[in-house]
Design a protein. Structure first.
Length: 207
């Protein structure tokens, strides 16, 4: 269903094209050696059996990911993108940049609810909680964060991890089920966390 809705948003333009049909620009996907001065387009999968795999995403999305990867590689060639974080400038990035950035940017109530929901889901203290369903939400979020933080040549713009937020919002929504539970202390905590709180993103800029 997720892939269907994703493709509908793009109007199914270029969806399900074979991997070998793409012309990539990044070193990783063209097969060029890192730091190569050859900037021609290519495709390392073109002559491989993997080239026949149909990619279930719109072509614009796939090319966009390739261009973003190329930006990370270019920053690496320059010794790392000039970045600022918590009072420090340096060439390169920080592994904790995006996690700390979200803590600053998102409402504190949501951050607390997210952290509290993790042990409650693991221990199945929430009514109707299913570990398999929770895993479906956790894996995409974790994959996005790992993919972005792995790019150590640059720490800039929280928007790179924004695709993980919808999964985290749904995950945190499980915390609201305590209203139907017998956990009175958590009921009061839920009411407090649901009190109006405004995002600080309009005031803070750590990028």
């Amino acid at each position: 269903m997720t892939i269907l809705l994703f493709n509908m948003f793009y109007g199914f333009r270029g969806s399900f094209k074979p991997l070998r049909s793409y012309a990539f620009a990044s070193d990783s996907l063209t097969g060029r050696s890192v730091g190569s001065i050859d900037h021609s387009l290519g495709n390392r999968f073109r002559e491989s059996w993997t080239g026949g795999i149909l990619i279930p995403f719109p072509s614009a999305f796939v090319i966009g990911c390739d261009i973003q990867k190329q930006d990370f590689e270019n920053a690496g060639r320059a010794g790392g993108h000039r970045s600022y974080f918590l009072g420090e400038w340096k060439n390169g990035g920080w592994k904790s940049y995006y996690v700390v950035g979200l803590v600053f940017k998102e409402p504190l109530a949501w951050i607390i609810a997210l952290l509290l929901s993790i042990p409650l889901v693991i221990t199945r203290r929430l009514p109707g909680c299913c570990r398999q369903e929770a895993l479906v939400l956790a894996l995409p979020s974790a994959a996005i964060f790992l993919l972005v933080t792995w790019q150590s040549t640059i720490s800039s713009h929280i928007r790179y991890v924004l695709p993980a937020l919808p999964f985290l919002f749904i995950w945190t929504g499980q915390f609201g089920t305590v209203l139907d539970s017998g956990l009175k202390s958590l009921k009061w905590l839920t009411v407090v966390l649901c009190a109006p709180s405004s995002s600080l993103s309009r005031f803070l800029d750590i990028e």
